[in-house]
Design a protein around this ligand. Structure first.
Ligand SMILES: *Cc1c(COP(=O)(O)O)cnc(C)c1O
Length: 415
């Protein structure tokens, strides 16, 4: 064995202890470090070392060269986007994920997928979804939207009597995807899926809102030739607006479309009795996207994709190989997402759900909403600032009251 590798294995407990100390120092410094360190050039690249010096050398160099450049996004002073941090339990779960290093994709080695399925069951309960929804872990909401829309694509094939998984997206002809204020990742997914970004038809929104105008959506559906996909939005990133999911689900009774709901962080409104109505009707969706590295506060990268049609999902992502065995009624995870091998991504979510329960997750959401409300009130009280939308949940969207030029806004954001 290479001597440096052998030496690291010999003193693994001491080295992991040193790593733990370094992690703790990073976390302890969150209150002092800049939220985003000042923009700087990357350090000069160095050649791949012939002799590395083992883990101690890597720890030292990371601490000196890279760690100071990292943001404090995991800390409480970071207000950018709707990203989250890590709860203590989620962090511990993520450490143990790496320690166990499982490839949790098949029943040849099944514990990982058993744990994932039970964790999905907890998440379903958390968001008020019925057992008709099955779920799979993916790397983020973009991937969750992509998988949901891939299943929708297969459903269009079923409606039109063509087999998209075998014959390709061209067999569908022109596809229409209707949405009011779709997240940018939806266009990306349509490009990846061969449906094309132009498949997205933007439906008018309500005046002064980001929520879709349901009457306009109905007109668009009445005019469309053939079956459509509707992407409903439960929590837009700019102003956290919510489409009327119940009304849209009612439209589906008449127009027979695939209803995908992007509830990346909006699904967490279900945890707060005061806000749960915003996502009423979520369970009626055909597919649902929920991000976990945002409001569940697990480390990157983690999201879940729910669907009522796992049969179509397996048709899209089937990875048939003699050594993997037949698909069966409950296909292995390897047949359900774009990934084959993947880490035991569910473990961090399992840890935080097990550690804090439903009440703990609700407290996190409600405290965050209270914080956003307080910030919204503070912004309202400042003469030079103006809210651009009411604070509906966890985002405060505001601007300069006068002369909001790009330069002045950039200066404000930097502050
Ligand atoms: C964050 C977000 C996404 C994309 O999520 P990633 O985790 O960055 O892939 C999609 N939709 C909505 C509404 C989001 O908030």
């Amino acid at each position: 064995m290479h001597p440096e590798l052998a030496a690291d294995l010999d003193r693994l407990p001491a080295l992991l202890e040193e790593t733990r100390q370094q992690a703790l120092a990073f976390l302890a410094g969150l209150d002092d470090r800049p939220v985003i360190p000042p923009r700087s050039e990357p350090p000069a690249a160095e050649p791949l070392p012939e002799h590395g010096g083992g883990l101690p050398a890597a720890l030292t160099e990371f601490a000196e060269r890279w760690q100071p450049r990292l943001s404090a996004s995991v800390g409480p002073r970071y207000y950018g986007f709707v990203t989250g941090g890590s709860t203590p339990a989620a962090l511990a779960g993520d450490w143990l994920t790496a320690a166990a290093d499982q490839n949790s994709n098949s029943s040849l080695d099944p514990a990982g997928q058993h744990l994932e399925r039970q964790t999905v069951g907890w998440l379903r309960e958390l968001f008020g979804l019925s057992p008709a929804h099955s779920g799979t872990f993916v790397s983020g909401a973009t991937m969750s939207n992509t998988v949901g829309l891939a299943i929708a694509r297969e459903w269009l094939g079923e409606r039109l009597g063509v087999d998209v998984a075998e014959d390709g997206a061209a067999a569908l002809g022109r596809v229409r995807v209707l949405s009011g204020s779709a997240h940018s990742s939806v266009s990306k997914a349509l490009s990846v899926l061969g449906l094309g970004r132009r498949a997205l038809t933007v439906v008018p929104v309500l005046p002064g809102r980001e929520a879709v105008d349901v009457a306009a959506l109905e007109r668009a559906l009445a005019e469309a030739e053939g079956p459509c996909i509707v992407v409903a939005n439960a929590g837009t990133v700019n102003t956290v607006d919510f489409d009327d999911l119940r009304a849209i689900a009612d439209l589906r009774e008449r127009y027979g479309f695939w209803l995908h709901v992007d509830a990346a962080f909006g699904a967490f409104a279900a945890l707060s009795p005061e806000h749960a109505d915003l996502v009423a009707g979520l369970d009626r969706a055909d597919s649902v996207c929920v991000d976990l590295h945002k409001w569940l506060n697990v480390p990157y990268d983690s999201a879940v994709q729910f669907t009522r049609r796992p049969d179509l999902q397996a048709r899209v992502f089937r990875n048939a190989a003699a050594y993997l065995g037949p698909l069966g009624e409950h296909p292995d995870l390897v047949h359900l997402t774009p990934e084959n091998s993947h880490r035991l991504r569910a473990l961090a979510a399992w840890f935080t759900l097990r550690a804090y329960g439903r009440a703990g997750q609700r407290e996190i959401v409600e405290r965050c909403v209270a914080g956003a409300r307080a910030l919204g009130e503070a912004v309202t009280a400042i003469d030079g600032l103006r809210l651009l939308a009411p604070v509906r949940l966890n985002v405060v969207c505001f601007t300069l009251a006068a002369d909001p030029t790009p330069e002045r806004l950039a200066a404000l954001a930097a502050e």
